[in-house]
Design a protein. Structure first.
Lengths: 264, 245
């Protein structure tokens, strides 16, 4: 083996790698039978970027972000996430990808039969093969970070919605992900609990986490989103900065959507 | 007509010994049958939910066949018919060389019959676990089998524990059918006491009391088991959840 060659290769590819987006969604389409749910979706997400996705119910937002980690198989186009070609859908690659890209769901989806601590340790122990003590120590740190240091022994059913969602974020962080996907993380919450969850997400964004967030929370978008993406009927209709999109949407459909969510 | 009550026969030898032996056999048939039923039932129940079509079809056929043929008929089929259908050497082994063939036949027949019923409960239990749980587990990098073992089945079992308890109680009662192929379990022993002493009332009262005692103990044990594994349901706002995929 030739050391000089590998050094040369490494140095010549490095700048290229730094520029390559962490996530490249390229012309992705998805249909359930004859129903076209996504068509021609194209979007790049750079490392450290926060992208907010909004759009009416049924416009394909959940489907799109679930395509990114292979939870939903798509029929057209290509997704490259952290170097993994998601469309090929091989089990080995998907597992590797999912250990690096965490997901937070609208309904939290904490495991109700396991304590908060065990919720945080399950994947690190069974997927990353971390020793249990190490996983538990990291879990405790993360619970402090989301403001729930004394809930390790609780069952999810004993927590409020806002607390559950914060635990769910900690659970995703327990895998030390390079990016996080959020699917309407505050839509199932009582209004008074939305703030505590958004605070945690804002802090994550400021720490440089790459995030793709489906949400209609404009305050959050204005604070931390590098870009806002508007979807309608399975298409990405508009992309812009948060301020630009919310104050001067360019498309008629986006204007209609914004006036509807503002009237609530 | 005067009936000569004599409760003392219940504690007289050999009748006391018969009752004890009968109780032992009842517990053994029910216990071993239950072990088979749980093992096969969980496998078949999972089989009914997998993506693989042949496995799903085979599991469905198993359930249909074993659930719909009366247990009594199944006992007879295993005991009288199966040895004739098998190659001669195997049939001989079943009839002559297997120790206590009627006992083992009863265990297997009861186990496989009950397995079909448990499989149905496991299947519906797995269906009750929300799809989002599976998605969350897969999204964290767990493989499909790990997701089933660590996330879906533990919740499934907590959900179906109450019906499983009554299935276990039914299994204990169903074990009395073993007397039809000659196993001297509790009911058979009571009958034997009756025909030896003409004190059927006392004998069957004793059997009834023993069945009741076993059922009560099982119920108490299962309740304690359940209490240690409660799974409080999260208070969530479901309307959005139902609309969103
Ligand atoms: N498993 C599925 N089978 C059939 N149609 C589905 C399925 N999942 C989602 N859909 C449809 O796809 C469309 C987009 O859904 P979704 O991505 O959940 O939208 P959003 O998250 O933007 O509300 C909807 O019309 C929905 O009915
Ligand atoms: Mg959605």
């Amino acid at each position: 083996m030739n050391a000089t060659v590998s050094v040369a290769v490494a140095s010549s590819t490095e700048p290229v790698l730094a520029q390559a987006p962490l996530l490249r969604i390229d012309g992705v389409g998805k249909s359930y039978g004859t129903v076209q749910v996504l068509s021609g979706c194209t979007l790049d997400v750079q490392r450290g970027e926060v992208v907010v996705i909004c759009g009416p119910s049924g416009s394909g937002k959940s489907t799109l972000i679930k395509c990114v980690n292979g939870l939903v198989p798509f029929n057209a186009g290509r997704i490259l996430c952290d170097g993994v070609d998601v469309g090929l859908g091989r089990q080995v690659d998907l597992v590797r990808l999912r250990t690096r890209v965490g997901m937070v769901f609208q309904n939290f989806e904490l495991y109700p039969h396991l304590s908060v601590l065990e919720n945080l340790c399950l994947a690190p122990v069974h997927v990353l093969r971390r020793p249990r003590s190490e996983a538990a120590e990291r879990a405790h740190q993360l619970l402090v970070r989301v403001g729930l240091p004394d809930k390790a022994g609780s069952l999810p059913g004993q927590l409020s919605g806002g607390q559950q969602q914060r635990v769910a974020i900690a659970r995703a962080l327990a895998m030390d992900p390079i990016a996080l996907l959020f699917d309407e993380p505050t839509s199932a919450l009582d209004p008074e609990m939305v703030g505590e969850v958004l605070d945690v997400m804002v802090e994550l964004a400021r720490d440089g986490m790459t995030m793709m967030v489906v949400t209609h929370e404009m305050g959050f978008a204005r604070k931390v989103a590098d870009r806002v993406v508007f979807m309608d009927a399975g298409r990405i209709v508009e992309t812009g900065t948060a301020d630009g999109f919310f104050s001067e949407p360019t498309t008629e459909r986006a204007r209609g959507f914004l006036s509807r969510i503002l009237s609530h | 007509m005067t009936y000569n009550w004599d409760w003392a026969i219940l504690v007289r030898e050999p009748f006391l010994g018969w009752l004890i032996a009968g109780t032992g056999l009842t517990l053994a048939i029910a216990g071993l049958g239950w072990a088979i039923a749980l093992t096969v039932g969980v496998i078949v129940g999972i089989g009914r939910t997998v993506a693989n079509r042949p496995i799903r079809a085979a599991s469905a056929i198993y359930v249909q066949v074993f659930r719909n043929i009366p247990l009594l008929v199944q006992m007879f089929l295993w005991y009288f018919v199966l040895p004739e259908l098998l190659p001669t050497a195997w049939g001989h082994w079943l009839k002559r060389d297997l120790p206590a063939p009627e006992f083992w036949t009863a265990v297997v027949a009861l186990g496989l019959f009950t397995a079909a019923r448990i499989a149905e409960q496991v299947r519906s239990g797995i269906r009750t676990v929300p799809q989002g749980q599976t998605q969350a587990a897969l999204a964290s990098g767990l493989r499909a089998t790990q997701t089933l073992r660590l996330v879906v089945l533990p919740q499934c079992f907590r959900i179906i524990l109450p019906p499983l308890t009554s299935e276990l109680l039914t299994t204990i009662k169903n074990s009395s059918l073993a007397l039809t192929i000659g196993v001297l379990e509790l009911t058979a022993q009571s009958r034997q006491i009756e025909s030896n002493t003409f004190h059927g009332f006392e004998a069957f009262t004793a059997a009834t009391a023993i069945y009741l005692a076993i059922a009560t103990l099982v119920r108490l044990a299962m309740r304690r088991f359940e209490a240690g594994r409660s799974m409080p349901q999260a208070k969530q706002a479901p309307p959005m959840a139902l609309r969103e995929a």
